[in-house]
Design a protein around this ligand. Structure first.
Ligand SMILES: C[S@@+](CC[C@H](N)C(=O)[O-])C[C@H]1O[C@@H](n2cnc3c(N)ncnc32)[C@H](O)[C@@H]1O
Length: 445
């Protein structure tokens, strides 16, 4: 089948229509290209194809740096030049705002900040450990939207020092690889994370049971790699796909590793949530703080605060800050971080963000919101609109669609108006984009 590609969707697939007007998504194809493609899937409303050849390649097409690109589900855009990736991401945001919130970003000074590194930017990588087709134990990834294991020798978007440790595990671990069909095997997954500001690593071996062989492997790794300051086992014998159980055991080294992020001293443990691109996240936090124009006579809230790095930065600039977060461990970590950094004008609550709005006698006028992909619930939007005490919202989002939906709800009744929008590319080679908005309460609302 031959197609002329019109667009690139939010999954990084080329989009076109066939002779019958049916929408077709073409993996690997870029806008403006004529391509030949083979059918993968035909549904009632759309079809999915794999590109075979770009008959007239786009000037934005580049040779993917990784040999696994297209097979591994980690990256979606390595075939697109980095400049064009940035354009694509801003177009995603522009189109979502126009379609959903009826806001034209041509009326704003809207830009994107590029990532400092196009590759090797990830501080964390999770990989399944399975047998390949030849029966060898391998580390790998899954194909996009599937559970098909793809053995990977090297991940180019991951921290390159961590890659040495992964290679050693792949070559020398010699533990029985987990088999998803039978539920048998010992080593299921590994997670390695580079602790920001420390040049050291934390490793988690996800195993079905804690055997002597696992202890020995941890001992060897600890000896071989002085940069590996902490090795944990996570015991997960569950047949479900959940990567981690709640059962973590320290095998070697420190319980937590000290690091630094955005000028804040942090402690990183096996389940500490951190953004994966340290430099990018720091830039984003600093941008968000500046955008809020905080002063020492104003209080602020950091809703969906994670381990509270941004909350501490807010507290340093404001009269006080309160952080809300559902995950109890993150809140415990946030309290330790605040105390270690002598940030006293801060409190953290482990609870649903909605509970924040039931507190009485609060004085916060600026609210920072960094919800998960699904955005804020209608109930939260209603609380934000109806309480005139909230003069300014700084909304950080990883999903242009839900962000545009919430923006529309916040501005539709005239309660807030959009002051500024800026995006950050924290995830080069993928379709993800982070966007920060400032909304100010409209004077008449
Ligand atoms: C996108 S992360 C942001 C974390 C943090 N602001 C950061 O930059 O590291 C979203 C956070 O919201 C938390 N979360 C999700 N739903 C929540 C809810 N209903 N109430 C409170 N926190 C929630 C998650 O546990 C997660 O830590």
């Amino acid at each position: 089948m031959k197609f002329e590609i019109r667009d690139l969707n939010s999954q990084g697939q080329g989009v076109t229509v066939d002779a019958d007007g049916k929408v077709c998504f073409v993996n690997g194809a870029l806008p403006g290209e004529k391509v030949s493609a083979k059918l993968l899937q035909s549904k009632r409303n759309y079809s999915v194809y794999d590109m075979i050849t770009a008959l007239s390649p786009s000037p934005n097409r580049t040779k993917p740096a990784c040999v696994h690109f297209g097979d591994c589900g980690g990256c979606d855009l390595q075939h697109l030049s980095y400049a064009a990736q940035l354009q694509y991401k801003t177009d995603l945001v522009r189109n979502a705002f126009l379609k959903i919130a009826k806001i034209n970003l041509n009326d704003f000074d809207y830009r994107i900040t590029a990532s400092k590194s196009e590759f090797s930017y990830r501080n964390k990588l999770q990989m399944p450990y399975r047998k390949d087709k030849k029966g060898r134990n391998r580390l790998g990834m899954y194909r996009k939207n599937s559970h098909h294991f793809v053995p990977i020798d090297k991940c180019l978007i991951h921290n390159s020092v961590g890659e040495e440790i992964l290679k050693w595990i792949a070559d020398k671990a010699k533990l029985k690889a987990f088999n998803e069909k039978t539920g048998r095997g010992l080593l299921r997954n590994i997670q390695i994370r580079a602790v920001p500001g420390s040049k050291t690593f934390l490793l988690i071996l996800v195993v079905t049971e804690l055997t002597h062989a696992v202890q020995i492997l941890a001992g060897k790794l600890f000896k071989q790699f002085p940069k590996l300051e902490s090795i944990y086992a996570n015991i997960n014998s569950d047949r479900k796909n959940r990567i981690f159980s709640d059962s973590f055991h320290l095998l070697k080294g420190k319980k937590t590793i000290a690091g630094q992020h955005s000028g804040i001293d942090i402690e990183v443990g096996p389940s500490t949530f951190l953004q994966v691109n340290d430099a990018g996240a720091s830039e984003l936090y600093e941008y968000a703080i500046e955008l809020a124009e905080l002063s020492k006579d104003q209080s602020a809230a950091d809703l969906y605060c994670g381990i509270g790095i941004l909350s501490c930065r807010i507290a340093q600039k404001a009269k006080s800050c309160i952080g809300f977060e559902l995950n109890n461990e993150s809140i415990e970590a946030a309290k330790v971080i605040a105390s270690n950094n002598q940030v006293d004008n801060i409190e953290f609550v482990a609870s649903d963000v909605f509970e924040y709005f039931s507190l009485v006698g609060r004085s916060e006028s600026t609210l920072f919101l960094d919800p998960p992909r699904k955005g804020c619930s209608p109930e939260i939007i209603e609380k934000l609109c109806s309480n005139k005490q909230y003069e300014r919202l700084i909304y950080i989002s990883c999903d242009p669609g839900t962000l545009a939906r919430d923006l529309d709800l916040l501005c539709r009744g005239g309660e807030f108006h959009l002051h500024s929008v800026h995006s950050f590319d924290l995830f080069p080679q993928t379709t993800h984009v982070e966007t920060v908005l400032r909304l100010d309460r409209a004077p008449s609302s």
